[in-house]
Design a protein. Sequence first.
Length: 83
Amino acid sequence: MIMLSDKDTGAYIGTITSDQLQFLIDQLEEETDDDRDYWLNRDMLATFREVGADPVLVDLLEGAMGERDEMEIVWQGGAADEA
């Protein structure tokens, strides 16, 4: 299980699958090999939809963003934490 949180508030966003996490990793910029946070904005979410992202993932991120135009998320869990 991979848990997402709002980096600024620490609020729990929800859980995602390893495939959904891999999509984020493939689409977003990582500053280091062990980077676990991502900056998102509304344009990125629209692009995710255009390239066929899992609608459940995009809906989850849009819901977490609320009225904001951008946010940072952080993830934990999954195989990386078991190593």
